[in-house]
Design a protein around this ligand. Structure first.
Ligand code: HEC
Ligand code: HEC
Ligand code: HEC
Ligand code: HEC
Length: 187
């Protein structure tokens, strides 16, 4: 009986510790929740259909691209000895969250989703609730990354769309941005 209750209290204590640590704000690293979860609230046509626009963009298949024979060939030519999909020098742009600590990846997060919402907007576990999302300042406080103007947006694109990409094609911002733009319609 004694032994049983000490097991129970050990369990209770560890739950309390977990609750305590998971509630630490500020310096805590935000968790990734994955496109499925962002998409639950960002799929309606009248709100801008962000999920669908992303699904139809090349960003959604960026990881899968690395699984092709063409990618393996590119990697080999550059002197890499691993398959493209296992090569850091490819994953860094095609699946930026590949090296995030597994503890920070939610159950629905999938590396196969390539360049996804949270790679541009910040890991979302702490801003994903309706209450926080409706408050822009609170969302930012909880990890949402926003872009004040087109110059800031272009700067973000160029972190990947640059000559370090083995297949680099000149990045004409206005033209490329029009292909993935997914703003909330103003009424
Ligand atoms: C529970 C529903 C919900 C979830 C889940 C959710 N959002 Fe939102 N999001 C909203 C609402 C509501 C707004 C505010 C819309 C408005 O202002 O018209 C918003 C606004 C935004 C904005 C605009 C911020 C601004 O003002 O510039 C971005 C970007 C965004 N969400 C990204 C995400 C991402 C990325 C995820 C997943 C990590 C996510 N959202 C998950 C409901 C949600
Ligand atoms: C984290 C890296 C990353 C960022 C940031 C990024 N992209 Fe991409 N983008 C890629 C990769 C990788 C591909 C190629 C995907 C594939 O074909 O497998 C791509 C493909 C594209 C394509 C389709 C191919 C083409 O060149 O027409 C467009 C359009 C595009 N991105 C626009 C943008 C815009 C606009 C931004 C900034 C808002 C942006 N991207 C930010 C990694 C990124
Ligand atoms: C390649 C980078 C990139 C990806 C991937 C991406 N976004 Fe965005 N998103 C942006 C940029 C840049 C803006 C424009 C910011 C602005 O106008 O304030 C934006 C705008 C938004 C807005 C509207 C903000 C507004 O006020 O109109 C929402 C909502 C949003 N994104 C949600 C998502 C969701 C959900 C996903 C995934 C399904 C996603 N984004 C994927 C870069 C990205
Ligand atoms: C600096 C970021 C970056 C790195 C590193 C990177 N890519 Fe890409 N990759 C991109 C972008 C952006 C695109 C789409 C636009 C372009 O090709 O300029 C792309 C497109 C591709 C495409 C599709 C080309 C096409 O014709 O549609 C393949 C295949 C590819 N990358 C393979 C690789 C492989 C293999 C590696 C590693 C050896 C790699 N990439 C490293 C950013 C990158």
């Amino acid at each position: 009986m004694r032994r049983f209750s000490s097991i129970i209290s050990a369990i209770v204590v560890s739950f309390l510790l977990m609750a305590f640590y998971s509630k630490q704000p500020s310096d805590k690293k935000h968790e990734y929740i994955g496109v499925k979860k962002c998409g639950m609230c960002h799929k309606k046509e009248k709100d801008g259909a962000q999920l669908k626009i992303w699904e139809e963009s090349d960003h959604a298949k960026a990881y899968k691209t690395l699984q092709s024979a063409e990618s393996d060939k590119i990697a080999k030519e550059l002197g890499h000895t691993t398959k493209a999909v296992e090569t850091e020098a490819c994953l860094k742009c095609h699946a930026p969250a590949h090296n995030v600590d597994a503890k920070l990846l939610g159950k629905k997060f999938k590396i196969e989703d390539g360049v996804q919402c949270e790679d541009c907007h910040g890991a979302g576990d702490d801003y994903k609730s309706m209450k926080v999302m409706k408050d822009r300042a609170k969302s930012i406080e909880n990890g949402l990354i926003v872009y004040e103007d087109e110059a800031a947006i272009e700067k973000q694109c160029i972190t990947c769309h640059n000559e370090e990409s083995p297949t680099y094609k000149p990045f004409v911002f206005a033209e490329k941005y029009a292909k993935i733009k997914h703003n909330i319609p103003k009424n």
